[in-house]
Design a protein around this ligand. Structure first.
Ligand SMILES: [Zn+2]
Ligand SMILES: [Zn+2]
Length: 854
């Protein structure tokens, strides 16, 4: 302990000033030291003998400034990273920038700053904010997706996708936001509106696009979810629904031709082939490619189909397709049921979607809700072909029981179904699918709601798609050795008329690598979700310039141990990156199936009842909070104010409260860091010493358990606060020298260690004040001693017939019968049971004695 006095460098004249907790002074001092020490927050190489821990927060879009939602996300990850460092792990904790995207183009128009310049300025500023907040990132691994060092690998991956048949071009109807003047992914359409322009209805347009075949992995993406036990159940459910697997059958209905050559068929998808004898019409989506042929040149029919199309488009825009008022029109044509050879009418209906199944269904009104409603409206036939199964009974001899229609239960038996009568529906589905396959008009199949990923964007600020169009050779990929296809920098950006790249001859005109003739460069850029699909692999070796990643390094670090981000990414980013991992695995680049073992989705930051956002005008700037209360208080408040998975209601008074608490910690340690002479000969140990130690070890246990399980950092911080209150309660005894130096020093060391993940600046300062020489971030996390944490005595409440009659304090390890005996001997309890018969006396260990009398 003597050494502490010797190493204290603060001159006595300044001691008084130390009484005031001045976060600016402390934080700027350590900020400067941490900036000068690039190794401090750096991960060891992958041949490290330590166990690895990869903790990752989702990378931000460099919009210009951090908001409190960011701070909360990063404060959670940073606390975990620091805790894992202290537990001896080799921690990888990187940060980067999802730097391509539309806002840079909008800013370019508004402020006349080129997108690249605007983006890099924003990155510099936000990085500075992150550093000032004390987030322990390994900046040597920083990735900015807008730089050629990164996006060239997007292009390389694109070539691999193309090579493997996973990237293809197709003409399709796309969602078009007139405001963005660009194509949106389905996921970017929210309630029929653009995700960026909440007021702008999305239109449909026809364009040729590049697609990535995510559906090739649909089944694996679905099955993989079962293994992801470290992911929130709600995220797994959202992904399951998004992938939307349904088992069924494809069945071809021949189109009946009154005259002319035979041929032509409508393929329907059905999950209930067992009800096919009950099909009384075919229903086509208005966009179905056969509709035009079927209605021919009848202007009346054409107008009606256009109405249906418009109604459906409007319902889609309003996200009301499920609730659409059903309309349809008879085409005048018929199809033939391949099972019954029956001729049934072909209709076009507004509730049938081209995007689900084949865009054509067989309508079975007796056994489907929607079909029933439609048939009632238009007077179509309703035919019962399944009946409730009579379990354990022989087939009924009399009148069959009439089900209430529509009767949709699966537990049923077939009737009116030719040779399939009397089969159970499970058996019928199998046998009828097989029958269709044998006879060449159908087969069992599985469909998915998941669609291929449209990645073309008619925008400037993104990764150029490395493809060429040659008049002679057609589509030609840019050879790998010509990557990157650089994004030109001096570009005139307007939001109108498609991609600015298309207006640049020096970009568009190229030489065909196959024939040497003139070729046109692809001017679409990639969806920015491509950038974020694999960025976390790049962190493991961000400087590699001949490969996107190094497999051995990735094998060491992956999967990510803990991924942290907003639940708004539950579908897009987290499905695309799961797809990308499998694609890279099948290229032999990585060996993991999933990118992250555990996922945590933090709640939002709310102020005045709304999510903090620029448009709501309720944004709190971290800079302002840091200036007033310090970074430690700001980030600790973000952890303290609510459980991390719930929404946090921002209260400035709360930040101030945390600041006051940290001031209490600071002053306590400043007063008690140094050994003081014991008042008398020998040490007289105050009885409260044991209480303080107990509380300390109970607190260590709580905080440690929370890091390993529940993540209720709010209650962790509250527990540390309680502990500090306890310390303030014994300060007189400490001042009187009744606390042994060794214990007092130990208590303070542990207090600082407990604070280190939450308030890193103050903890580091106090670590130095305590005379500790080693680096706090690498100091072992305190171990909790169960013997010290154990309560000596426990208080029991004693109830008689449910009424509280007394309290009882007994040694913590008292056996039940002793507790019972003591309870019954209590004077007040004795009075309450006098003259009555004791029915039972139950001891609830550690809590309660319940006496029942009559
Ligand atoms: Zn838009
Ligand atoms: Zn050519």
């Amino acid at each position: 302990m003597a050494e502490i006095t010797n190493t204290t460098t603060t001159p006595p004249s300044q001691r008084q000033g130390d009484d005031r907790y001045d976060p600016q002074r402390i934080e700027e001092k350590w900020h400067a030291r941490w900036q000068a020490d690039p190794v401090l927050f750096a991960a060891e190489p992958h041949d490290s003998k330590r166990k690895k821990y990869y903790v990752l927060e989702m990378l931000p879009y460099p919009s210009g400034a951090l908001h409190m939602g960011h701070v909360r996300n990063y404060a959670i990850g940073d606390a975990l990273a620091r805790h894992m460092w202290m537990r001896g792990y080799n921690v990888l904790h990187p940060m980067g920038w999802d730097a391509f995207g539309l806002p840079a183009e909008n800013a370019a128009i508004k402020n006349k700053v080129p997108p690249r310049q605007w983006t890099l300025q924003n990155i510099a500023h936000m990085k500075q904010q992150m550093k000032r907040l004390g987030f322990a990132y390994d900046w040597s691994r920083e990735v900015a997706t807008c730089l050629p060092e990164y996006y060239r690998w997007n292009q390389w991956f694109f070539l691999k996708l193309y090579e493997k048949g996973l990237a293809y071009r197709k003409n399709s109807k796309v969602n078009w936001c007139p405001e963005c003047a660009t194509v949106l992914a389905n996921e970017q359409v929210v309630g029929g509106m653009c995700w960026r322009h909440e007021e702008t209805p999305v239109e449909q347009r026809e364009l040729e696009q590049w697609f990535v075949r995510t559906t090739q992995y649909a089944d694996e993406l679905l099955r993989g979810l079962d293994q992801l036990e470290g992911w929130p159940e709600k995220v797994r459910t959202m992904q399951r629904n998004w992938i939307g697997r349904s088992e069924g059958a494809l069945v071809d209905f021949k189109i009946d031709r009154p005259s002319g050559p035979a041929g032509g068929k409508i393929t329907v998808f059905t999950t209930r082939i067992d009800t096919i004898y009950g099909a009384t019409s075919i229903q086509l989506a208005p966009e179905h490619p056969l509709v035009a042929e079927l209605i021919g040149n009848d202007p009346d029919l054409q107008a009606k189909v256009e109405d249906l199309m418009r109604e459906q488009a409007r319902a889609k825009e309003e996200d009301q397709v499920e609730a659409i008022e059903k309309h349809g029109v008879f085409t005048g044509r018929y199809a033939i049921n391949p099972f019954s050879q029956e001729k049934i009418p072909i209709w076009v209906a507004n509730y049938i979607l081209m995007g689900y199944g084949t865009g054509a269904i067989m309508s079975v009104p007796a056994h489907d809700e929607r079909d029933y409603e439609f048939a009632q409206k238009y007077g179509l036939d309703v035919r019962i072909v399944i009946l409730p199964r009579r379990i354990g009974e022989p087939p009924a001899s009399g009148e069959p029981e009439q089900p209430i229609l529509p009767y949709t239960a699966k537990d049923s038996l077939l009737i009116n179904s030719g040779e399939f009568n009397e089969l159970s529906n499970e058996a019928a589905i199998k046998q009828m699918s097989a029958y269709a396959e044998q006879h060449g008009f159908g087969k069992a199949t599985v469909t998915y709601r998941l669609k291929d990923w449209g990645i073309s964007r008619q925008r400037y600020w993104g990764t150029p798609i490395p493809m060429l169009y040659c008049q002679k050779c057609g589509i030609v990929p840019v050879p790998e050795n010509q990557l990157p296809v650089l994004l030109p920098e001096n570009v005139d950006i307007t939001l109108q008329g498609g991609s600015p790249l298309a207006r640049m001859p020096e970009f568009v005109n190229a030489k065909c690598p196959k024939c040497g003739g003139p070729a046109r460069r692809e001017t679409d850029t990639m969806d920015t979700f491509v950038d974020s699909s694999w960025y976390f692999y790049r962190y493991t070796n961000a400087q590699l310039n001949d490969r996107p990643l190094d497999t051995a390094t990735v094998d060491y670090w992956f999967p990510i141990d803990q991924y942290i981000g907003g639940v708004e990414h539950a579908i897009l980013h987290l499905i695309y990156s799961r797809f990308w991992t499998r694609f890279m695995r099948d290229l032999g680049l990585v060996h993991n199936d999933e990118p992250a073992t555990r996922l945590f989705t933090q709640g939002m930051v709310i102020k005045n009842g709304a999510k903090m956002s620029k448009s709501k005008g309720n944004v709190v700037s971290p800079d302002d909070m840091i200036a007033r209360f310090g970074a430690d208080s700001t980030r600790m408040y973000a952890l303290f104010a609510a459980p991390p998975d719930r929404d946090l209601d921002w209260q400035e008074a709360g930040v101030e409260g945390v600041h006051r608490f940290l001031g209490r910690v600071y002053r306590f340690v400043m007063r008690n860091a140094q050994a003081r002479p014991v008042s008398g000969p020998g040490e007289i140990q105050a009885p409260t010493v044991r209480d303080v130690q107990r509380k300390l070890h109970q607190t260590i246990k709580r905080v440690t358990d929370d890091f390993q399980g529940r993540w209720h950092f709010n209650t962790c911080v509250a527990a540390v606060m309680e502990f500090v209150n306890e310390l303030y309660g014994v300060e007189e005894e400490i001042a009187a020298g009744k606390f042994p130096d060794a214990i007092l020093a130990d208590v303070q060391r542990n207090l600082v260690l407990l604070l280190a993940p939450f308030a890193p600046y103050l903890a580091r300062e106090l670590w130095e004040v305590l005379g500790e020489k080693d680096e706090l971030l690498r100091h072992p996390w305190p171990a909790y001693d169960p013997a010290l944490a154990k309560e000596d005595e426990i208080e029991y409440a004693v109830q008689v017939n449910g009424k509280l009659r007394g309290r009882l304090t007994v040694p913590a390890d008292s056996p039940e019968d002793v507790v019972r005996e003591r309870a019954l001997a209590d004077e007040r309890v004795k009075a309450a049971i006098e003259g009555k018969q004791i029915v039972k006396a139950i001891v609830v260990p550690g809590k309660l004695v319940n006496v029942v009398v009559k």
